[in-house]
Design a protein around this ligand. Sequence first.
Ligand SMILES: C[S@@+](CC[C@H](N)C(=O)[O-])C[C@H]1O[C@@H](n2cnc3c(N)ncnc32)[C@H](O)[C@@H]1O
Length: 262
Amino acid sequence: MHMRKKKWARPELAACSWYTEDGEGRRGRWRAFFARPEQPLHLEMGCGKGVSTAAMAADQPGVNFVAADLSADVLGCARRNAAALCGEQPGNLLLLQTDICFIGHVFAPEDGAERIYISFCNPWTEHPKHAKRRLTHPRQLMQYRSFLRPEGEIWFKTDDDTLFQDSLVYLDLCGFEIVYLTHDLHASGFSPNYVSEHEEKFAAQGVPIKFAIFRMRVPGPQMDPTRYRLTPGVRAEALKRLDRDQDRREDLKTHKYRNNAE
Ligand SMILES: C[S@@+](CC[C@H](N)C(=O)[O-])C[C@H]1O[C@@H](n2cnc3c(N)ncnc32)[C@H](O)[C@@H]1O
């Protein structure tokens, strides 16, 4: 969705001490920019106007967040939303303007993130050539692997069925296992769920929200998954593997997320 340019966004961001465009300059040193560097580090890829980011950061002061987006205009909105909920100087939230397609230049293994959120990323379903731009594409996932801690998690939500199913395959190929999955997040009772701007819009239209949590397996995949084309054969193989894992998944779901899910 195209957003009209916001004249006020850049000046406000320039004056904001918890906003940066110099992600590469902080590579390997992100934790030092928080009031409490020892806290877990959670990253949000494509945070948009930061509606859910602001709610999470306010609700979870014991977690440090970096919320990233390409657009300074939406980050200007994210800054205002976060300031309204967390105050003008939140000690646990940083906003980052960057292109996530090159996120490996911005975070290093030393940053050691515990969790990545990807909510309602652009589905890029119109042309197969564009799939590489998806924030869940192996090209991006293999970069996330480089700075996620072992057992680190990816929390992914979308309204888009094709993107969701393709992403299950991408994550499997890149060595992530499913620990929780629902095709209707709002009916699932999973809690806490921080509703994003796009989630609110799609839910109001009656579109079920697809949601899954993945855990990074170590070691990673043997083959370079960025070289796979998502042919019908590759997809079918991966979906078969996912089906075989179903029982284990239910087991993990009841164990780890027992207190969160219904
Ligand atoms: C559909 S919006 C979703 C925003 C928010 N997560 C939500 O759920 O409301 C997708 C966001 O991802 C950002 N985005 C898309 N590709 C990106 C990239 N390569 N790097 C950084 N941000 C990107 C867009 O600027 C946009 O703000």
